[in-house]
Design a protein around this ligand. Structure first.
Ligand code: PLP
Length: 459
């Protein structure tokens, strides 16, 4: 294929004629509009780089929505996918099975915290959350506790955007409009360290928030199926981070009050936080663990819900007992996606990924440190390979910019100009690069962000 100088323009125009993009006010792409956000057609990926139809390169600083781990078009994963495509692309997963699904389940059971011995597949993160919510409710129903119909979520949480997943999310941008359609969870205040009281350590904030959780459980445990949390980092809610001790305390509370603990590791799993899974930093095992995003190294949509043998057994009975778990997606256990996930996990086995990430995240921390003194930066925080910078109008009071200013969007537009993909969450500028990023590429990422921040906060 050849690309003329108008390659980008032509493809973008065709796109805008028929497509409707996620998480986008399409008017932002209006060439005559206020923002004039370009639609960027990507033709090729290579490591951390995305290459557009005009040949311009963009450093993918956010791993294409947190999915990519080992680089775009990773040759090893691509080869596994090509091989699988020539053997078996898909087969119904009820009554039939295949090696990639079986081997992946074995491997997931091996690498996740102890006790998670059963694997249920779905095909994206939100679907995994739906499965976990239904399974938890249905477990209690099968145990004779049909009165348990509610869920507890944390303020600032994000668990996806299908109706069930959105129900247990608390990011107003996504939830507010659809609230009339949703289940109503009980909200417990997040252990988010940024929202801690002044002088309080992250650990003290977490402990105080555990007291709030206890109070909520004292009141509502009898009608509650599960508590759902994002371990260590509330990602879409603004990369808000908290002390692992919260997870330890939550595990104990869930046991004490007989409610399930659902760990949504869709964003933080597979090495993002420094350990393979966030729960491991608190040495806890949840009752359900939801995985997606990095599961396939960013190649294909796939998700998995892991749970315990005890929960599985509450569904295991004669057909006539009517206890079977009923949830199915056409593409459940897709062989291509399972094979790609297996190859992704093989890379973790064969290469010192977590060790390398430790060095990269230490380097990223050093490069971001000077931003702490910036008059419009209220917080620079980091957990492993996730770092975030909180932009504010006033450092002392932490007063935010009016959202209508769209300061974060200015950082995004500046990044695009310089060939760096940063896509802030509101005014939170964050870094979540693929694990194959180099120190020099981190330099470019951070320098571009700092220049973008200077532009964004001016005027
Ligand atoms: C992205 C995300 C989801 C939803 O996954 P999708 O595949 O986008 O539906 C759920 N939970 C968390 C924590 C996420 O970051």
């Amino acid at each position: 294929m050849t690309h003329t100088a108008s390659g980008n323009a032509a493809l973008a125009a065709r796109d805008l004629k028929h497509l409707w993009h996620p998480c986008t006010q399409m008017h932002d792409h209006d060439p005559a509009g206020a923002m004039q956000v370009p639609m960027v057609p990507i033709v090729r990926g290579e490591g951390v780089w995305l290459i557009d139809a005009d040949g311009k390169r963009y450093l993918d600083g956010i791993s294409s929505w947190w999915t990519n781990l080992f680089g775009h078009a990773n040759p090893r994963i691509a080869a596994a996918l090509a091989d699988q495509a020539q053997q078996l692309e898909h087969v119904i997963f009820a009554g039939f099975t295949h090696e990639p699904a079986v081997a992946l389940a074995e491997e997931l059971v091996r690498v996740t915290p102890a006790g998670l011995d059963r694997v249920f597949y779905a095909d994206n993160g939100s679907a995994a959350i739906e499965v976990a919510l239904k399974m938890s409710f249905h477990y209690w129903l099968n145990q004779g506790h049909g009165e348990k119909t509610r869920f507890i979520a944390l303020t600032g949480s994000y668990h996806g955007e299908t109706l069930g997943a959105l129900s247990v999310s608390d990011v107003a941008l996504y939830r507010k409009t659809y609230a009339p359609l949703l289940l109503t969870p009980f909200l417990a205040p997040s252990p988010d360290a940024y929202e801690g009281e002044s002088g309080e350590s992250p650990e003290q904030t977490a402990k105080r928030r555990l007291v709030d959780m206890r109070r909520l459980l004292e009141k509502h445990a009898h009608e509650t199926c599960a508590v759902i949390v994002e371990p260590l980092v509330q990602c879409a809610g603004g990369m808000r981070m908290y002390d692992p001790i919260y997870l330890r305390g939550l595990r104990a509370l869930c046991d004490e009050f007989a409610v399930h603990f659902i760990a949504d590791e869709i964003a933080v799993g597979f090495g993002r936080t420094g350990t393979l899974f966030g729960c491991q930093q608190a040495d806890v095992s949840p009752d359900f663990m939801c995985l997606s995003k990095g599961l396939t190294g960013g190649f294909l949509p796939l998700s998995a819900v892991l749970t315990t043998q005890a929960i599985y057994e509450a569904f295991y009975a004669e057909y006539s007992a009517g206890k079977a778990f009923l949830h199915s997606h056409s593409y459940t256990g897709n062989p291509l996606a399972c094979r790609v996930a297996l190859e992704t996990l093989a890379i973790f086995r064969d290469e010192p990924v977590l060790e390398r990430n430790r060095e990269l995240s230490a380097y990223l921390a050093r490069r971001l440190a000077p931003l702490r003194d910036h008059p419009n930066v209220a917080d620079v925080r980091q957990t492993g390979m996730i770092a975030a910078v909180e932009l504010v109008a006033d450092k002392a009071s932490r007063r935010n910019f009016p959202p209508s200013d769209r300061r974060g969007m200015r950082v995004y537009l500046h990044g695009l100009k310089l060939g760096v993909l940063l896509r802030p969450l509101g005014d939170v500028i964050y870094f979540m690069p693929p694990y194959v990023v180099t120190a020099r590429e981190i330099d470019l990422l951070v320098e571009t962000a700092i220049a973008g921040i200077e532009l964004a906060v001016a005027g």
